[in-house]
Ligand binder design. Sequence first.
Ligand SMILES: *Cc1c(COP(=O)(O)O)cnc(C)c1O
Length: 348
Amino acid sequence: MDRIDFRSDTVSWPTPAMRLAMAEARVGDDVYGEDPTTNEMEALAAEMLGKEAALFVASGTMGNLTAILTHCRRGDEAIVGLDSHTFRYEAGGMASLGGVMPYPLPTDGLGRMALADVAAAVRVDDPHYPRSRLILLENSYGAKHGAPIPAGYFAAVRELADRYGLRVHLDGARYFNAVVALGISPKEIAGYVDSVSFCLSKGLCAPAGSILVGSAEFIHQARRVRKVLGGGMRQTGVLAAAGMVALTQMVDRLAEDHARARRLAWGLAEIPGLVLDPVLVQTNMVFFELAEAVTLPAGEIVQRLRTLANVWVDTAGPRRFRVVTHFWIDDNAVALFLETLHAILRNG
Ligand SMILES: *Cc1c(COP(=O)(O)O)cnc(C)c1O
């Protein structure tokens, strides 16, 4: 890459193996169901997560929206974390396009809604109320330092959902980060939910795309919803070829990103003027804050990192930063970042 970019794993370029695979991809018209590479990728994704079928979509946002519109009718309600990506950062799509009402609930330190809160949010059948239909979960949980939520929580939510006749969708934008960090099979958590969407374009490095998985009947319905949303694309094999590399070569190596994020966090913890708890770092995200004594504004620090070392980081608040590791961040990049940030804070 042409810069050292810690702002997100979305900035990761396709790998050299992906570029080659894309150039040589076998293609067809995917709206006709005739793109062989997309079909192969969807079959592999379904198999990896232990589901019957899968659907390639343009983005994580489209994957979640497609799932919500497939699970819900207009006037249905979806119980969702107050700080979840779907509630906060997907432009209100469930409401504006689906007529689905979100019922947001607070989450704990790992991004879990309390089961008692979820149960209390479920509506009784009464004409005053919307119809409770869906529980929306997220893993890893972006707003809680990328925490990987263990499988037990999903088992408990499944039980609750079954008790009340609700569906469960998992926004697994970074699903493989979560399962690699937890050291479990991707089938385990997926087995407790009706549908999962995950991004190919984040830590897995593909240039674009997400995959939605679920039952054959669910994916059959979702295919029509995707078309409604303008997501029926043609020779998607060019993208799916990168997706195949993502699924076959890029999953296990996420552990390297996690180890590097942990080392980065412990390095930050040694720099005077920074506040963080490195123990919280379990996947590829590190959040840290400026100590009270630091007078330099966060925006100024961001600018100086760019000017001095071509290191790009993001702020996550007036005195807070987020950095994310990925395939294109190596040990040298981490060392340069730590060194430069240390110097900036020392010089004030
Ligand atoms: C990135 C992300 C999405 C959306 O993905 P896009 O491809 O950017 O639309 C959804 N959920 C979470 C948790 C994400 O991090």
